[in-house]
Design a protein around this ligand. Structure first.
Ligand code: ADP
Ligand code: ZN
Length: 750
């Protein structure tokens, strides 16, 4: 029996707020919420997502061209979550869905229509067929072997040996037996082998060796932590905790054991980690404990691997998902526990397009799924700390390192009186001692490149990016000057382009130069550098980490990449070349960021058998962010910082939203910014003035990639007021087409 035609509501993966209705002709099959459909859209053909079936009939509805899935891609619970995120971040649902689903499954434009015309439907069935699914042929020995031996008798003997224990995929078999494709075909045709072609997953950690581990005996604090998480898992209701544990206190072990409890309840686990921490080392730890039922989602995967990992999760074949930011949308069901590791990391926030914060969404999803949400960090956000102090979330503390390891000894080195060089004599001596004793050193500087400021001594010409309001950085390995914001670059000229003078000086210091200077100071040391320039390409950064782990490197120079989460037992010295740049950023969170960075990088020292020490060079030795970090005084720092926040009415004492206007035309953006501010003031009256409007002002980077940027900051005591004001203003505001308006709810950078 044919289905009656159904009217659906669908959204498209474009920056459009609207919902569109279509008729699904009866002969196309059954349509359900969560399935993609191919639809006519203006002059184009688009993939759309079905978000409702059984909508009311309206005149002149267009027909769906094809149903693209046989199983829904998302459940209605997931759809509720996506809707919530779309509404909270004021972003179109279609784009939210595009972010939530693996890339490459959407059909936009004409190209794929041609594919359809010749009868093939792209991604016909995402769950068990279609184009992006990888297939492989597997060979086995035929159960009944033919009587006569073929010509290649000796080769056949090898095949029999190789396949004695089971099947093998084609490529591997060819390598093992030295038989080519035609040879294999011959063996199949003559009845020696059977061949079966079937779907295989592209496994991103295929080559990762793992040995099962036994959980260590927990410390008393860990034991308490795990107990509290187990208790709340047993309740089966939503709960949330800050797991505040100093660096090296064994937070990961707490996650592992709590996850183990969730799995025992037949529930699943979602683990969010900052992109940078998603190394084979971490995945190996999880695999050693839980075996292969783990899926991994992050930007380092190929699209095929990502797609396959996503399908394994959708099919319930992976009960644990470890992933970066976007994994908060993973198609896991029945989530028992959600871990947000290093919850203070800014990388949980997506900086453009759909500007969501995965740490915050983890709490929302946890609420919908009745999960236990654990926010872990040695340096929690001030906002999270406050939530734990006021009882909004539970607080679990691990105040000591495991195995009674002491926290590293820390020393401040005042650099105001020292001219020029990157290295104080104290730091040089410490590096020499560390090298002599066989320990490893980490050197931290938050700037990459060689020199960060270039100026002609003769005429004062400076090298600036033509697209952004910043100076270029010299990179010596490439002998070019680069913009770190838009990647614009020029070959380093030997003469000044303004006056032809030859006296161009390179000022400011980046990691490339520090590496050079260390090489000069300690020529016998094995030195490596870890920053965006040396970790390009797949696996680049885990290669360096493995070298450090295997003690093939004595001194590692790097940016914040070296500060985060790594567990290197050999590191006994951490040298901070300078943190002053991060302290001087024009952002109300700069003290918080500096405190976190310093504490995190210090935490890399002394995690093995030898105690560690940390030397921090600074021009601002009295700053409370620096002194609190040196004294491991997270409580003291947060209390001080909360006082400032209260005085200035910043989060957690208010909520923020940032409106950004940008345009290639400076005049247009200025005019629109004024207009927007006026509209906000107008609309605000309806809210009895409960929102503070600050601006318009130039954005910290007033020009970026050729676009002039202005911003307006909104502050309010209640989130609702912010949302109402933004909605009514957005509706009323009419901006010229050359001006782009973006809204950032709970902005992190401003
Ligand atoms: P954190 O994430 O808090 O910085 P980790 O979880 O990485 O700390 O733990 C630091 C080190 O201590 C790791 O090498 C881990 O294997 C080890 N470890 C964790 N818990 C224990 C324990 N109870 N006994 C012994 N070693 C432990
Ligand atoms: Zn630029």
């Amino acid at each position: 029996m044919l289905n009656p035609p159904v009217i659906i509501e669908a959204v498209v993966p474009l920056y459009l707020d609207a919902v569109y209705n279509y008729i699904v002709p009866a002969d196309l099959g059954t349509i359900k919420v969560g399935m993609r459909v191919l639809v006519p859209f203006g002059k184009r053909t688009l993939t759309a997502y079905t978000v409702k079936t059984g909508a009311d009939p309206v005149a002149n509805l267009k027909e769906v061209i094809a149903i693209l899935d046989r199983e829904p891609l998302f459940t209605s619970t997931e759809l509720d979550f996506f809707r919530w995120a779309a509404s909270y971040y004021m972003h179109p649902l279609g784009e939210v869905l595009k972010t939530a689903l693996p890339g490459g499954i959407n059909i936009i434009g004409k190209k794929q229509q041609a594919v359809l015309a010749d009868g093939t439907i792209v991604c016909d069935e995402v769950l068990s067929g279609g184009r992006t699914i990888k297939q492989e042929t597997f060979y086995r020995l035929a159960p009944l072997q033919p009587q006569c031996r073929p010509l290649q008798g000796r080769k056949l003997a090898t095949v029999e040996l190789v396949l004695a224990t089971g099947e093998m995929p084609a490529l591997q078999l060819r390598r093992a037996t030295n038989i080519d494709a035609a040879g294999l075909r011959y063996l199949v045709e003559n009845g020696w082998l059977t061949a079966e072609t079937r779907e295989v997953y592209r496994d991103p950690f295929r080559d990762l060796p793992t040995t099962p581990d036994t959980p260590p005996a927990l410390t008393a604090d860990q034991e308490l932590a795990v107990c509290r998480l187990q208790d709340s898992l047993n309740q089966g209701k939503f709960s949330s905790f800050l797991l505040h544990g100093v660096t090296g206190s064994g937070k990961t072990e707490v996650y592992l054991q709590a996850i183990s409890h969730a799995l025992a309840q037949a529930r699943s686990a979602l683990v969010l980690v900052p992109e940078i921490a998603l190394t084979p080392q971490l995945v190996r730890r999880f695999r050693s404990r839980f075996g292969s039922g783990i899926a991994v989602l992050h930007s380092g995967l190929t699209p095929g691997e990502r797609f396959d990992e996503w399908r394994r999760i959708r099919r319930g074949e992976a009960a644990i998902v470890i992933g970066a930011r976007s994994a908060v949308f993973a198609p896991l069901e029945n989530i028992g526990i959600i871990v947000v590791d290093e919850e203070h990391e800014a990388s949980y926030k997506q900086g453009d397009g759909f500007r969501y914060n995965a740490r915050d969404l983890a709490l929302v999803r946890g609420k919908m799924e009745n999960s236990c949400v654990v926010l872990g960090s040695a340096t929690p956000q001030v906002v999270t700390w406050h939530a734990a102090q006021t009882g909004k979330i539970g607080l679990i503390e691990l105040p000591k390192r495991v195995r009674d390891l002491p926290m590293p000894e820390t020393v401040l080195i005042e650099m105001r009186s020292k001219k020029g060089g990157a290295f104080s004599t104290e730091l040089v001596t410490a590096m020499e001692e560390t090298l002599a004793s066989g320990g490893q050193t980490l050197l931290f500087l938050n700037r990459r490149g060689y020199a960060t400021y270039l100026v002609c001594q003769d005429c004062g010409h400076t090298f600036r990016c033509p697209n952004c309001a910043v100076s270029l950085t010299h990179h010596r390995s490439k002998n070019r000057h680069y913009c770190h914001y838009c990647d614009y670059s020029i070959p380093a000229p030997s003469l000044c382009p303004a006056c032809n003078g030859s006296d161009i000086v390179l000022l400011g210091r980046g990691t490339e130069k520090v590496e050079d200077e260390v090489l000069e100071l300690l020529p016998s040391a094995r030195i490596a550098r870890m920053d965006k320039d040396t970790t390009g390409g797949r696996g680049g950064h885990s290669r360096i980490l493995t070298q450090v782990e295997n003690r093939q490197i004595d001194i590692l120079v790097g940016t914040q990449m070296v500060a985060k989460g790594h567990d290197f037992p050999g590191v006994t010295l951490v040298g901070v070349i300078s943190v002053d740049a991060s302290l001087n950023l024009p952002d109300f969170r700069s003290a918080e960021r500096t405190f976190q960075l310093l504490t995190q990088v210090s935490g890399r020292a002394g995690r093995g058998t030898q105690p560690g020490r940390v030397l921090v060079q600074t021009m601002a030795p009295d700053n409370y962010a620096i002194t609190s970090a040196i004294n491991y005084d997270c409580k003291g720092f947060c209390e001080q910082e909360l006082k400032f926040r209260a005085e200035l009415d910043y989060p957690p004492f208010s909520f923020l939203a940032l409106i950004e206007l940008s345009s290639t035309s400076e005049a247009a953006v200025n005019k629109s910014a004024q207009k927007a501010a006026a509209e906000l003031s107008q609309q605000k009256r309806a809210l009895h003035g409960r929102v503070n409007i600050l601006g318009p002002a130039a954005a910290p980077l007033a020009v970026l990639r050729g676009r002039h940027r202005r911003q307006i900051l909104l502050k309010a005591k209640h989130r609702n007021d912010l949302h109402q004001l933004l909605k009514s203003t957005k509706e009323a505001l009419d901006l010229p087409s050359n001006v782009r308006l973006t809204i950032d709810i709970d902005p992190l950078d401003m």
